[in-house]
Design a protein around this ligand. Structure first.
Ligand code: NAX
Length: 327
């Protein structure tokens, strides 16, 4: 049996974590031969609820669960962690403006970025799920100057998975037949789900669906799927978000499927003309525990306009919290 690795999960008493923690402990993220120590962070008022989650984890008698830490101290939660899934975030309260929300989260993610910088393994892989995920990831990254910016990522895998299913259902195929889906940009309603490179059972997706459906149905459906889930369920996506977090980390740690790519919010190196330093979702291939942005994808005028719109939103979000970012 391998030596255990340490996995931090924040917002550990929340609804996404209620699905996520059990799947990590079952080995679905890092493999069924990889023991894990779960280091769970919550705010002080939620520590009792977190204790209940830990009791349930105990009661599962997971063979791979080698230990647990429950804490309201980020320094303790991130001590020596190899993986950090930052799920907890401040939700929008009544009367809260977008800028207030960004600032409240900037405060949380700057503290967590510093704690990761000071206490995590030097090889930690960080995934930010809590919204606004891309900008929260940027804030954490900027507060962790001793870590490589490439160690901070934001989750657009749920959007990617939603796009796969919409295309599969439209073409009457299985999601297993679909490759090369891309989500560009922000995890928000400006994201751009792009099927121009997608293949359905080897055929070009754009040959199988008409442009009207793509532009007027597919794109808004994927962009607004989170709101549709809230309307239907009375609560935001939880199990599917946890699933996407598992897939994101699994692929980063163990590699993307041969011949395919995934979508990840990553540190922009200027690829495709996207401003360097933003956390922007690109098509990525993972191998050997690292990711790289897929190069050479053709960008049509239609795509460029949408990629720029979502880039501008990320620039605005960044500018709204600029005062709180270390220079
Ligand atoms: P919940 O409100 O059920 O849980 C969040 C938990 O975080 C709460 O238990 C809260 O006490 C805790 N928390 C708040 N501040 C904290 C802090 N400073 N340190 C540690 N814990 C803290 O929300 P849930 O449904 O689990 O969603 C969590 C986040 O995921 C939200 O920000 C949500 O918007 C975001 N999502 C992101 C998605 C994505 O694709 N990137 C999709 C799903 C989801 O909407």
């Amino acid at each position: 049996m391998k030596a255990p690795v340490r996995v931090a999960v924040t917002g550990a008493a929340g609804q996404i974590s209620y699905s996520l923690l059990f799947r990590i402990a079952a080995g679905e993220m890092l493999g069924t031969d990889q023991p894990v120590i779960l280091q769970m962070l919550e705010i002080t008022p939620a520590l009792d609820a977190l204790k209940g989650v830990a009791m349930e984890l105990d009661d599962c008698a997971f063979p791979l669960l080698a230990g647990m830490v429950c804490t309201d101290d980020a320094n303790q939660a991130f001590k020596d962690v190899d993986y950090a899934l930052l799920v907890g975030a401040r939700p929008r309260g009544p009367g809260m403006e977008r800028k207030d929300l960004l600032e409240a989260n900037a405060a949380i993610f700057s503290v967590q970025g510093k704690a990761l910088n000071d206490h995590a393994s030097r090889h930690v892989k960080v995934l930010v799920v809590g919204n606004p995920a891309n900008t929260n990831a940027l804030i954490a990254q900027r507060n962790a100057p001793d870590l490589d910016p490439r160690q901070f990522t934001a989750m657009t895998r749920l959007d990617h998975n939603r796009a796969l299913t919409q295309l599969a259902q439209k073409t009457g195929k299985s999601i297993n037949d679909i490759t090369h889906m891309t989500i560009w940009g922000n995890h928000s309603s400006t994201q751009y789900p792009d099927i121009h490179q997608s293949k359905v059972d080897g055929a070009a997706a754009t040959d199988l669906v008409d442009h009207d459906w793509y532009a007027s149905d597919f794109i808004p459906t994927v962009q607004k799927r989170g709101a549709a889930i809230i309307d239907a369920r009375g609560a935001s996506s939880a199990a599917s978000a946890a699933n996407a977090a598992i897939f994101h980390m699994r692929d980063w740690a163990q590699g993307t499927a041969a011949g395919d790519w995934t979508s990840m919010g990553v540190y922009s190196d200027g690829s495709y003309g996207i401003e360097k330093g933003l956390i922007y979702s690109f098509p990525c291939v993972c191998k050997g525990g690292d990711w790289e942005i897929v190069q050479g994808v053709d960008i049509s005028d239609f795509s460029r306009e949408k990629m720029t719109a979502t880039e501008q939103e990320l620039q605005e979000e960044r500018d709204a919290v600029k005062a709180l970012l270390p220079s």
